[in-house]
Design a protein around this ligand. Structure first.
Ligand code: SF4
Ligand code: SF4
Ligand code: SF4
Length: 326
């Protein structure tokens, strides 16, 4: 699959280095393959990013089979105050998160040593260690995997957007007119499916690097056991008198940024809003017992919907008409 990434990337910015990276298949480093226990984390050194967007294109390209193919016209939304969310005619949008764009490059221009400097920062799901999107999903569609990935199962999600509401960065994005609800209760429940970075869980299973890491001509990102990634982030921060984001935010995440300027400054300077997450300090949103209690209450219901979703996927695959309802 790795070789498939390369085609569109040769075009991007005339960067010879991308061609070199994309043309060969890069396996996971042995330390990562061996790390079957515990979480893997990514380290993003924002000093190195040149904003070429090769990673964004690679993400779109490898994840295209997972993107939604909605049925139109859309059924009535439930409850009626919920707005249709349709990105299916704007699949090329790259400057924010959408159901068809799970990674984008955010810019922040700040003054460093008296000179203006623009940083380009890859943004996507942080893959929290204790993810509220997974803990509070009423249907059990969002789940945290042992290797530190949080992913949303498109066969189970009903698009209620709870994951987006409870995510401190409001990362997941909804597409209406697709998913389980279209076949079971189109007029009474559900509004689509939520989408976000799944950290290329399927590529990792095959022993391949996430696409965005593989194609980067500047080696901005690396992936490894979380404790090693944290150690390296601290070593870089010490060397450059820099700053770290993601180690403590929301109780800890598996996406660790390192920067020569404080994240408060970057956060102030960047454009924020729908599909464009902030970089503020974030407290542990699952630290409160009442949130955990809610998760316990919905657990039996989540199990029932998960079973229905699996049956749905099985029947779709069984008749050969559709591989997967993504
Ligand atoms: S992370 Fe790498 S591929 Fe992505 S924009 Fe930055 S330099 Fe380009
Ligand atoms: S960043 Fe948001 S969507 Fe991603 S794992 Fe954390 S809570 Fe979930
Ligand atoms: S890890 Fe995979 S899904 Fe996530 S941003 Fe990178 S390429 Fe996209």
């Amino acid at each position: 699959m790795a070789n498939e990434i390369s085609r569109r990337l040769f075009i991007k910015g005339g960067l010879a280095a991308i061609g070199t990276v994309g043309a060969s298949s890069l396996p996971l480093p042995a330390t990562v393959r061996g790390a079957t226990q515990g979480a893997l984390a990514t380290l993003i050194d924002i000093r190195k990013c040149i904003g070429c967007e090769a990673c964004v294109e690679a993400c779109q390209e490898v994840n295209e089979p997972k993107f939604p193919e909605p049925e139109k016209p859309f059924p009535k939304m439930y409850p009626s105050r919920v707005k249709v969310s349709d990105w299916s005619d704007e699949r090329d949008v790259m400057d924010r998160l959408t159901p068809y764009n799970w990674l984008f490059i955010q810019e922040a221009t700040v003054t460093v040593n008296g000179e203006e400097q623009t940083f380009t920062i890859p943004r996507r799901c942080m893959h929290c260690q204790n993810p509220p999107c997974a803990d509070l999903c009423p249907w059990g569609a969002a789940r945290k995997l042992k290797n530190g990935i949080t992913r949303i199962d498109a066969d189970i999600c009903l698009g209620g957007s709870k994951c987006k509401a409870v995510c401190p960065w409001h990362i997941p994005e909804r597409q209406t007119g697709v998913g389980l609800y279209m076949d079971i209760l189109p007029a009474f429940a559900g509004n689509g499916v939520m989408y976000k970075c799944d950290r290329c869980y399927d590529r990792l299973e095959q022993g391949e690097l996430p696409a965005c890491i593989e194609v980067c001509p500047e080696n901005v990102q690396k992936i490894g056991p979380r404790d090693e990634i944290i150690k390296e982030a601290h070593a870089i921060a010490k060397e450059i008198n820099g700053h770290i984001y993601g180690e403590k935010e929301n109780g800890g995440t598996n996406t660790i940024y390192v920067s020569p300027v404080p994240f408060e400054e970057l956060n102030k300077a960047m454009e924020k809003g729908p599909g464009k997450p902030h970089m503020k300090p974030v407290e542990d949103s699952m630290a409160h017992a009442d949130n955990l209690a809610k998760a316990m209450v919905i657990a039996p219901l989540a199990g029932a919907v998960a079973a229905l979703g699996k049956f749905y996927k099985f029947t779709k695959n069984d008749n050969g008409s559709e591989e997967s309802r993504k």
